[in-house]
Design a protein around this ligand. Structure first.
Ligand code: KIV
Ligand code: ZN
Length: 530
C-alpha cells in the first residue's frame, strides 16, 4: 500500500497535471435519495454499466451500511465495473467505514467517501458535538478508510454554510491524515455562483497542503444553481464535480452531469480542463435512469429533454437548414440523439437478441434468462413490428421488475370502454401464488383498473403520480407508465411498459405495490446521529 504522501502525489499527477476534470457520478447514491427512486441491486448494476460506457471516472454506488440490500448493491457494482472507480459512502464512523471497505473489496479500483458535518447548525443541532470533536472524528475516519484503500475522499457536510477558518483546519487535517480528494458540498443549495467560486479559490489558497489533494464540489439545486455553482467552482480550481444523471437527487436534486459535461466541452474557450467522457452515451444513459427510477425527463430539459434540439419556429427552422450553427451550439448526435434505429424485428433470432443486448450492456446470467427475454421479445414483436433499442431496454426493465414481484403478479385484465358507458375493469392477480379477481367501474379505463386492483389488495395507498411516456414514436409504440404510491411515509415508484397503455398501467401499479411491501428500514446518510 502507498503512503499517504505517495497516494496524494499519484492522485495529483493522474488527475491534476493534465487538467482533467474528474466526473464523479452519484446517481446511485444521492440520486437514490430522491423520494421513490430506490433501485434494486440489478438495476444499480445496469446503470453502473451504462455509467462505465459513459466513461465517468468515479461511480458512487451507494451507502453500504444503510441496509443489507445497499451493501449487496455496492458489492455487485464493485464486481461488475472495471473501467471506473467504484465508491461507497460512509459516515465518519468505524462501522460505516468497515462496511464500505468490505463492500468494495473486489473492486478493480475502490474509493471510500467519508463525511461529517462542519457547519455550526449541523454540529450543534444534528450531531450535538463540539467543533474539536468533529475535527478529531474526521481525521480518525480518514485514517481508518486508508486501511482499505489509498483512494479516500472526505466531505465536510454543509461546507457551504461552514465557517471558512474551521473548514480550512478540517481540510488541512484530513489531507494530512491521507484524504486524496476533499469535496466541498453545498448540501442545502444555499450558495450563489460568485460566492461559491470564491470559497473554492480561497480554500485552495489558504489550506497549506491543498496541493496534495484534488478539490471537488457537490452542489444541490434548491435554488436552481447547482450546475452554475459547480461550474464557478471549476473556474476557481475545483477538479472534480459530483453530479447525477438528469439532476436526480435529494430534494431538488444535484448538479446534472449532462449539463456540467456539455458546458465544459462546449465552452472550451473558457474552461481550462476537459473530461474523458464518451458524450454520445449521455442520452441512452439518461433514458435508462429515467425508465428505471420512473422519473420522467421534462421535455425542455437541457441536453436530454425531448425538445432540447427541436426547432419549432419557422425562422429557427429556416436558419438551421441554412446553417446549423445559427441556432445550435451543440450537435444532437454528440450527446447521443440519433434517429430511432430499427434494430430487430419479428424474424430476428435468439443470437441477434443476445448480441444487441450485449451491445447495450445487458448480459444474461443463464440460458433460461435469455430464453425468457426472447419469449417476451417475440410477444412484443408480434404486436409491434419494429423493435428499437429503447424497446429492448424496457423489455429488460419489465422483466426485472416482474422477477421481483414475488408477492403480486398481474394474471389478466379485461377493460370495457364504450362511448356513453361507464368504463369497467376485470382484474385477476396472483397473490403469493393464489389467484384473486375483482371487477370495478371507474372514471376511465385506467381508473377502473386501479380500483379493481385495490378491490383485491386493499393496500390503502395514495396515488401521488401517474404518467405515460411513449418509448418510441408511432401509434404502435410501447407506453411506459410510472405510478408513485405513498403509504405511511414510504414513497415508491412503479413502472410498466406495453403497447397497450392500460395493461402498462396495471403492471406499473402492481410493480409499485411490490416495492411498497419490501422492507424499507434503511439508514439515511444525512439523518440521525453520528
Ligand atoms: O449533500 C451532501 O452534503 C452529501 C454528502 C454526503 C457529500 O450528499
Ligand atoms: Zn448530496
Amino acid at each position: 500500500m502507498l503512503s499517504a504522501q505517495e497516494a496524494a502525489q499519484a492522485a495529483m499527477e493522474q488527475n491534476m497535471s493534465s487538467d482533467r476534470l474528474i466526473i464523479f457520478d452519484t446517481t446511485l447514491r444521492d440520486g437514490e435519495q430522491s423520494p421513490g427512486a430506490s433501485m434494486t441491486r440489478d438495476e444499480k448494476v445496469r446503470i453502473a454499466r451504462a455509467l462505465e460506457r459513459l466513461r465517468v471516472d468515479v461511480i458512487e454506488a451507494g451507502f453500504p451500511i444503510a441496509s443489507p440490500g445497499d451493501f449487496e448493491a455496492v458489492q455487485a457494482v464493485a464486481r461488475a465495473v472495471k473501467d471506473s472507480t467504484v465508491c461507497g459512502l460512509a459516515r465518519a464512523l468505524d462501522r460505516d467505514i468497515d462496511r464500505a471497505g468490505e463492500a468494495l473489496a473486489d473492486a478493480a479500483s475502490a474509493r471510500i467517501h467519508t463525511f461529517i458535518a462542519t457547519s455550526p447548525i449541523h454540529m450543534k443541532m444534528k450531531l450535538r458535538m463540539e467543533p474539536e470533536q468533529v475535527l478529531q472524528q474526521a481525521v480518525k475516519a480518514v485514517q481508518r478508510a486508508r486501511r482499505y484503500t489509498d483512494n479516500v475522499e472526505f466531505s465536510p457536510e454543509d461546507a457551504g454554510r461552514s465557517e471558512p477558518d474551521f473548514l480550512c483546519r478540517v481540510l488541512e487535517a484530513v489531507i494530512d491524515a491521507g484524504a486524496t480528494t476533499v469535496n466541498i458540498p453545498d448540501t442545502v443549495g444555499y450558495n450563489l455562483p460568485h460566492q461559491f467560486g470564491e470559497l473554492i479559490a480561497s480554500l485552495i489558497e489558504r489550506v497549506p497542503n491543498s496541493d496534495k489533494a484534488v478539490f471537488s464540489v457537490h452542489c444541490h439545486n434548491d435554488l436552481g444553481l447547482a450546475v452554475a455553482n459547480s461550474l464557478s467552482a471549476v473556474l476557481n480550481g475545483a477538479r472534480q464535480v459530483e453530479c447525477t444523471i438528469n439532476g436526480l437527487g435529494e430534494r431538488a436534486g444535484n448538479a446534472a452531469l449532462e449539463e456540467v459535461v456539455m458546458a465544459v466541452r462546449t465552452r472550451r474557450d473558457v474552461f481550462p480542463c476537459e473530461t474523458r467522457l464518451e458524450t454520445t452515451e449521455i442520452v441512452p444513459c439518461s433514458r435508462l435512469v429515467s425508465s428505471i427510477t420512473g422519473f420522467a425527463v421534462q421535455p425542455n430539459k437541457a441536453i436530454v429533454g425531448a425538445n432540447a434540439f427541436a426547432h419549432e419556429s419557422g425562422i429557427h427552422q429556416d436558419g438551421v437548414l441554412k446553417s446549423r450553427e445559427t441556432y445550435e451550439i451543440m450537435r444532437a448526435q454528440d450527446v447521443g440523439w440519433t434517429a430511432n434505429r430499427i434494430v430487430l424485428g419479428k424474424h430476428s433470432g435468439r443470437n441477434a437478441l443476445r448480441s444487441r443486448m450485449e451491445e447495450l450492456g445487458i448480459t444474461f446470467d443463464s440460458e433460461e434468462a435469455l430464453n425468457e427475454a426472447f419469449a417476451r421479445f417475440k410477444e412484443l414483436a408480434d404486436k409491434k413490428h419494429e423493435i428499437y433499442d429503447e424497446d429492448l431496454q424496457a423489455l429488460v426493465t419489465e422483466a426485472g421488475t416482474e422477477a421481483e414481484n414475488e408477492r403480486f403478479r398481474l394474471v389478466s385484465l379485461r377493460v370495457c370502454s364504450e362511448t356513453g358507458e361507464t368504463p369497467n375493469a376485470d382484474v385477476t392477480l396472483s397473490i403469493d401464488g393464489e389467484e384473486r379477481s375483482a371487477s370495478a367501474p371507474g372514471g376511465g379505463p385506467v381508473d377502473a383498473t386501479f380500483k379493481a386492483i385495490e378491490a383485491i389488495v386493499h393496500s390503502g395507498t395514495e396515488l401521488q403520480l401517474y404518467s405515460v411516456n411513449n418509448i418510441t414514436s408511432g401509434t404502435d409504440a410501447q407506453g411506459e407508465v410510472t405510478v408513485r404510491l405513498a403509504k405511511d411515509g414510504q414513497i415508491v415508484n412503479g413502472q410498466g411498459a406495453d403497447t397497450d397503455i392500460v395493461i402498462a398501467s396495471a403492471r406499473a401499479y402492481v410493480n409499485a405495490l411490490n416495492r411498497l411491501i419490501r422492507p424499507s428500514e434503511r439508514e439515511h446518510p444525512q439523518r440521525g446521529d453520528v
